[in-house]
Design a protein around this ligand. Structure first.
Ligand code: F0G
Length: 461
């Protein structure tokens, strides 16, 4: 039987990629203040900045776009969306939002505030920022293995249950909720096991604290559970997803990831009173509760995406093709976070550039070099993203990673072979790379808009 895992789709329409030279890319970098978020999309050859909203929709999703009904209230699209969400996540209340962070802001705004503390396995940047924006403290409690890039472990996204218990014992009145991020994006796209979710839920129950999932990549997480967790091998992924959902009291979701859509999200909760408060806020800032800032057509695209994302052939291809990139990069001797995540491959910039200190941003140095060498846009997940405290002080982040996030159903294997080649080429010359200095930055979420200047040295002078 053939063992090659193929893309379980054919290509229906194509977007041209604009070829650029290294000189053009160098000029684009200078104009962008060495911040890859400031580049123009058409100056990028392979865009691995994010897997969020950048995937290709299926012909059935485009058909859903046509079917979309734009009734302000009670649109048929809304009912199809709600039913599709509740098939996988049977929470009592589903509250649509324009994307994940809107759901986070509404939930955390309703629950957290000055003096409170919110534990997560690892907060994603917007989740951390939305927590801190309420005046609360965001605490990351991933298991210690989750902070060791070179260590192989099946569920590096698991939460450290003992530390969670200790935090809740010490500060129960200050903890409005616990959040588990599946998969753990900032920790390398690593999955959380069902066993861990159940233990976390047991601790939450003991202390009487609600548990929420940050469920952006729930299907990839469920596929890893099916592949790696004892006793899960013969199960339908949709059933595993429902088991994950049953561990929590609600969820926030970005449909731009495992909704297979270009925009959208939702908040879902069981608690009637909390739902009421969240809907009131929703009407103020997002829209009426049957569209929540989305067009009816978006709701239909998401409803169809949720059916496709739990398809086993799709998930097998998705997870295998990400691992393929990680294996190619590792074979070239480049330090890569192990095991490969579901949606991304993470280069370990600290290990590759030991001569660049954290406050000279080794991840940013590597990410900008990949762009210059091959037009690949990646994303630093390190001290640029997480190194600034709310009081303005700076400290090294626990990991210095460069994330190559792979848009869903978008690039082919030869695109990925090219990526592996460029990474290997840049890494072969790693000792020539120099760090950067920040020349301007906003008070929060600085990685989006900060400007940089390369530090002196032979490579960038
Ligand atoms: N939670 C996680 C774990 C995420 O990865 C993201 C987005 C969000 C919440 C926010 O969702 O973008 O729809 O508002 N992550 C994207 C990324 C942006 O590139 O990883 P959003």
């Amino acid at each position: 039987m053939p063992t090659t895992i193929i893309e379980p789709f054919r290509i229906h329409s194509v977007e041209p990629i604009r070829m650029t030279t290294a000189e053009e890319r160098r000029a684009a970098l200078v104009a962008a203040g060495w911040n890859l978020f400031a580049l123009r999309g058409e100056d990028v050859l392979i865009d691995l900045l994010t897997d969020s909203g950048t995937g290709a929709m299926s012909s059935e999703q485009w058909a859903g776009i046509q079917r979309g009904d734009e009734s302000y209230a009670g649109s048929p699209s809304w009912f199809r969306f709600e039913a599709a969400v509740r098939t996988l996540f049977p929470y009592r209340h589903v509250i649509p939002t324009h994307q994940g962070r809107a759901a986070e802001r509404i939930l955390l705004g309703a629950l957290a505030g000055p003096g409170s503390v919110v534990p997560n396995n690892t907060h994603f940047d917007t989740t951390r920022a939305n927590t801190e924006a309420t005046g609360a403290e965001a605490v990351d409690l991933v298991i210690p293995e989750g902070l060791e890039p070179a260590l192989d472990h099946p569920f590096k996204g698991d939460m450290d249950v003992e530390r969670l218990d200790a935090l809740l014992t010490a500060r129960r009145p200050d903890v409005p909720c616990v959040i588990v991020t599946v998969t753990n994006n900032s920790g390398g796209g690593q999955p959380v096991s069902l066993a861990n979710l159940r233990e976390v839920r047991a601790v939450c129950d003991r202390h009487g604290v609600p548990l929420f999932l940050d469920a952006c990549r729930f299907a990839e997480n469920a596929w890893f559970i099916r592949e790696r967790e004892p006793g899960q091998q013969d199960r339908d992924v949709a059933d595993i997803v429902r088991d994950m959902a049953a561990c929590a009291h609600g969820m926030t979701m970005s449909a731009k990831k495992d909704g297979l859509a270009n925009i959208g999200g939702w908040l879902a909760v069981d608690d009637d009173e909390l739902a009421e408060r969240c809907r009131t806020q929703l009407i103020l800032t997002e829209g009426f509760p049957t569209y929540g800032g989305l067009a009816g057509r978006d709701l239909d695209a998401i409803a169809q995406g949720l059916r496709e994302v739990v398809d086993h052939d799709y998930l097998r291809y998705r997870v295998r093709s990400t691992a393929y990139v990680a294996e190619g990069i590792a074979r070239a001797g480049v330090p890569v976070l192990k095991p490969a995540g579901g949606h991304a491959v993470y280069l370990d910039a600290r290990a590759l550039l030991p001569h660049v200190p954290p406050l000279e941003y080794p991840g940013q140095a590597l990410a900008t070099a990949l762009y210059e060498a091959g037009g690949i846009r990646s994303c630093e997940i390190g001290t640029v993203m997480f190194g600034r405290r709310p009081d303005g002080s700076e400290h090294p982040a626990p990991l210095e990673l460069v994330r190559l996030a792979i848009p869903r159903r978008t690039y082919t294997q030869s695109h990925m072979d090219y990526v592996v080649e460029v990474v290997a080429e840049v890494a072969a010359d790693a000792e020539r790379l120099r760090g950067l200095r920040i020349t301007s930055e906003p008070p929060a979420l600085r990685h989006f808009t900060a400007r940089f200047e390369p530090l002196g040295g032979p490579a960038r002078d």
